[in-house]
Design a protein around this ligand. Structure first.
Ligand code: ARG
Length: 636
């Protein structure tokens, strides 16, 4: 990746120039421009400028002057003649906003600096190793719509960090251990012995049904029994009572049986492990298939389920006890937690009084491995927001335990990239008509059906095989984009109609916007700008200087310059919806530009410049979609 193009970010440049001016104007207040925030923002009214500094109002209070006088003083000391048009009293608006208009040669130079394969994205000052926790399916269960978010949001975060030059290690923290898994293993062993289920042609559907039955079977209706017993005193309800007694006895037996299977599984009993392995293989094959179809990079190598920590849990607990980090509490072991302000909050339970370990124990072992073995400087978890307390506890305990200490003595950063729920159009959790969780695979199938209908209608001229390919790409783009474009931490309403549309802020719209630019180049006999030339750029590639004149050109240019800073922001906040919003704005700015500024019909330097803007837009769209894990199509 190329080093940071020093002059490509107008906001950074203006920030530096205005900070200097403020220090020069008020040397008695400030001695270091890096401590001054000149509050640079896009201009509220583009007729008055491109950017504005809003610093005068705050500063006025500090220096006890009128904002207008402060604005004048800043202008007097500003040295920005090389990048902006001269400032004067006419640049001041309202109480003291200072409007700035970039010089068009400066703008052209900035565009020149980002018109490279890296699109202005600088190599990171300190490249980090970031572990991204994503997908996190559970054994013997179909992937449902909740896993869509864990998979595509996690994948987009991983891709974004990679695009920013960091080293990413993906970890699929599969729920493949513990009592619920032992229950289904136990049930499967029984069914296999009875010949009702064959281990050889086991499917995830069968497992899913078995899982649910095993759960129900192990659940004793002790409440019902207690109620019946109380009510039965002096009464005569022998039948109901007997039924309940049988149920409870049966459930208790099943549970005891599952617990003994768990012990056998934990001690490596070959027979149990073989059945567990079968469940694992069937689940994971289906999971990885779905991820592949979703164009999300989740692989077997990146999968480290809870079972991979089984031999580390006792060690973690011993370690925490011996160093006094964990303490006994009513027979259980806990780690007490406090927030940044030292205010205590719910402790992390790491061992139950019956000796069993918990979800949190595994996640503590996970953090230790991620930092100490995988070398994480940072770990991000794309997990349901309903697990917020869990991660708050585990993160605090991990820091307290020293599991986040890096060799250089600093702490690895831990972030819960929490996502909201997927809701149906009735505003309640998205379910099938019969009230079941919506299977991710059938959801994708339905999106493909709808996209197929749309593509047949719109692109009847495409060959059958191409239409199929395009329909699949459109469907995946639609589903993923709908998920990614919703504010990450909020719930969103799932709507096939909206997401598959070619209008509005949708995946298909962005794919279409990109193909339109590509076909413009094709029409002109020019190389596809989104395809890296194999050798030197062809002579067909427009090479004249940028010349930014029309307002639509300027809006587009400023957005293009904002791509790298925008992406860097997403790398921090881990909010891919910001990338989506940016790309939607970019596609809109391009179409307004294209409407108002002829490209192919323009001549000479204007044509070259506009072609370069179009090329840069296409490459930025393509790059942005890549960071979201959305594959582009050539035609549609
Ligand atoms: N299997 C978990 C669930 O379905 C998600 C795992 C998330 N990752 C983690 N490190 N806890 O809720």
């Amino acid at each position: 990746m190329s080093p940071q193009p020093a002059n490509s970010n107008p906001v950074d440049q203006l920030r530096a120039r205005f900070a200097d001016a403020i220090v020069r104007a008020y040397p008695e207040q400030f001695d270091d421009p890096s401590t001054v925030d000149p509050l640079i923002a896009p201009a509220k009214n583009p007729e008055h400028g491109d950017f504005q500094s809003n610093a005068a109002m705050g500063l006025a209070k500090r220096v006890k002057r009128k904002p207008i006088d402060v604005a004048k003083a800043i202008i007097e000391h500003a040295e920005i003649g090389d990048i902006a048009e001269p400032l004067s009293e006419a640049s001041i608006a309202g109480p003291g906003f200072i409007n700035v208009r970039l010089r068009s040669d400066a703008l052209a130079a900035m565009l020149e600096a980002i018109d490279t394969p890296a699109l202005g994205i600088p190599a990171p000052n300190t490249p980090e190793t970031v572990v991204v926790d994503l997908c996190g399916v559970n054994l013997a269960k179909q992937m449902h719509v909740g896993h869509l978010r864990a998979t595509v949001v996690g994948d987009a975060i991983a891709r974004t960090l990679e695009a920013l030059g960091h080293t990413v290690v993906r970890q699929n923290h599969v729920g493949d251990w513990g009592l619920p898994i032992a229950m289904v293993t136990d049930a499967l062993m029984r069914e296999a012995a009875a010949g009702t289920v064959s281990l050889d042609d086991l499917t995830l559907d069968t497992l899913d049904a078995l899982y649910r039955r095993a759960q129900a079977d192990c659940k004793a209706d002790t409440r019902g029994l207690d109620a019946a017993r109380t009510r039965c005193v002096g009464w005569d309800h022998p039948k109901a009572l007997a039924e309940l007694e049988t149920q409870v006895e049966f459930a208790q037996q099943r549970l005891a049986q599952a617990k003994s299977t768990l012990v056998r599984l934990q001690s490596g009993d070959a027979e149990v492990v073989a059945v567990w392995q079968r469940i694992y293989d069937v689940t994971m094959a289906a999971c990885l298939d779905t991820c592949r179809r979703l164009h999300a990079t989740v692989t077997a190598e990146a999968t480290a389920g809870e079972s991979t920590y089984r031999d580390e849990l006792a060690g973690v607990v011993d370690d925490l006890v011996s160093r006094g980090v964990a303490k006994e509490d009513d027979g259980a072991l806990i780690v007490e937690n406090a927030d940044e302000k030292n205010k205590p909050f719910e402790p992390t339970l790491i061992r139950k009084s019956d000796g069993g370990f918990l979800y949190a124990t595994t996640d503590l072992a996970g953090i230790r491995r991620r930092v100490q073995t995988l070398g994480a400087d940072r770990a991000a978890y794309a997990v349901d927001a309903r697990q917020a307390l869990h991660f708050k506890q585990v993160f605090a305990s991990a820091h307290k335990a020293g599991y986040t200490s890096k060799p250089d003595g600093t702490r690895a950063r831990l972030q819960h990239a929490a996502f909201g729920m997927v809701l149906g159009e009735d505003g309640r959790p998205f379910k099938t008509r019969s009230g079941e969780n919506v299977r991710l695979a059938s959801l994708i199938d339905e999106a493909v059906d709808r996209a197929t209908a749309l593509v047949e209608e719109r692109s009847a001229d495409l060959a059958e095989a191409d239409r199929k390919r395009v329909a699949e790409a459109v469907a995946i783009a639609a589903v993923k984009y709908a998920d990614l474009s919703s504010e990450r931490s909020k719930d969103y309403v799932f709507s096939f109609d909206r997401m598959v549309s070619f209008q509005g802020n949708t995946g298909p719209y962005l794919l279409y916007a990109l193909t339109r630019i590509k076909s413009m180049f094709k029409k002109a006999g020019l190389a596809d700008p989104t395809v890296e030339p194999e050798s030197a750029p062809s002579t067909e590639t427009p090479a004249g200087p940028f010349a930014i004149e029309a307002p639509e050109e300027k809006t587009l240019a400023l957005l293009l310059l904002d791509y790298a800073p925008m992406l860097a922001g997403v790398g921090e906040s881990l909010e891919p919806h910001r990338t989506c919003q940016y790309l939607y704005d970019l596609a809109g700015a391009f179409s307004r530009f294209y409407e108002r500024c002829p490209v192919l019909k323009a001549e000479g330097a204007t044509r070259d410049s506009r072609l370069r803007l179009a090329s840069l837009t296409a490459r930025t769209l393509r790059h942005g979609l890549d960071t979201l894990g959305i594959g582009a199509v050539d035609r549609m």
